[in-house]
Write a protein that binds this ligand. Sequence first.
Ligand code: NAD
Length: 434
Amino acid sequence: MESRTPFHEFDVCVVGMGYVGVTLTAALLSTGKRVLGYEANPAVAGELAQGRLVLAEPGVEDLIRDSAADGTLHVTDTVDGHRLPPVVIVCVGTPIKDGSTTPDLGHLTAATESIAAGIDDDTLVVVRSTVPVGTSRNLVLPILRTRVAEPLLAFAPERTIQGQALAELLSLPQIVGGLNENAAKLAADLFATVTDQVVPVSSLEAAELVKLVCNCHTDLIYGFGNEVALIAEKLGLDAMEVIGAANRDYPRPDIHKPGFVGGSCLTKDPYLLRHSLAGHGHVPELVGAARTLNESMPRRVGERVLAALWEAGHDPATATVLLTGFAYKGRPETDDLRGAPYEPLLELLRGRVGEIVGHDFVVPAERIAALGVRPVTIEEGFAGAHAALILNDHLGYRGLDAEELILSMAQPALVYDTWRVLPPSTNVMRLGVA
Ligand SMILES: NC(=O)c1ccc[n+]([C@@H]2O[C@H](COP(=O)([O-])OP(=O)(O)OC[C@H]3O[C@@H](n4cnc5c(N)ncnc54)[C@H](O)[C@@H]3O)[C@@H](O)[C@H]2O)c1
């Protein structure tokens, strides 16, 4: 993966070419910048170097393909021994350690160590990964200082929604906080070339917290919709009737409809916020309660379906169950499986039901097969199934002949329509209805 251009002659180096890095790269390319992508996974770097995307994000593919072809984008899997461009933006993952709620900052540490060797006094380093408050100062800065006495360090969070990230990157306000005035100004100037509005905040920490409170607020709003759903189910009411009436022409904030809360961010950022407060004498109870409730929803739905199978006279142990909608959300559509409700549902249903078959409108069949689930078309999946669970709200469900699909199932047919994507006339189970 040799580049004709020396690395330091690119305008920006984007570190970590996942959903965030690749979309930011496309946005920067669209403003005429030359981008060096540094991606540690050689397979991903190799594909991108050829102009091929390994993930789905509208509008990004064409920019990556054309720029890889004309040399304005170069993607490498190592920056060892190279001087880097004047701006380096770190977009690596900051997940939760497996089986815990502790942030894993290993990728961020490794990425910072790799770039530290290639920066100088004038290099602007921007952290874009979502991090516990204090991470830029306490983790990134000391590593950069092994190379430069006063690094130019800023934090500028990604706040776009997957599925329309490029359009949002070019239009949403961009939060920027700097270690010092100079770093803050350089970062603000950079993002002003991408979007119209830059919102400066007074510190790295304020910018880090803005990102976390945005996502925790979203989790909280969704959590309240789910709380209303559980309340309505117990009281024999329809949550959507209640929520619809409550919101109608009423000027206070909307109550969100119930549903699964997934994705790589909302499922872990509340834990990053909680971690930020360790040692500060406060536990964000509200944030934790919403997360716990939202995490419980897939299992609650699975338990309801298992109980309904027994009630319908189907022994779950010999039943075929269709899971459809593996991506963590349907709209805007994505192929991202991270934090999706299929995972706890598979855990619950495996060993309890006869066979689980799987379908998704966007996620390729081979990725469903890799989860140990037999991939099917939507028609194959419904045909003969004892239960079908619709897990996201992809628009593809709207075009289906629901009555016919339900008739093709083993009778009495059980369908759980989490997002109410099927016509109201169909006789199915719904979240928020007893
Ligand atoms: N996905 C989103 O829409 C979204 C939105 C807002 C914020 N974020 C945050 O942005 C960050 C990145 O998210 P993502 O979804 O793009 O993650 P991702 O896992 O899709 O991408 C991260 C990429 O970084 C690469 N990487 C890991 N270690 C590296 C290293 N040492 N050097 C170079 N590359 C390395 C990985 O191979 C991977 O391709 C996370 O902190 C996330 O919380 C994500």
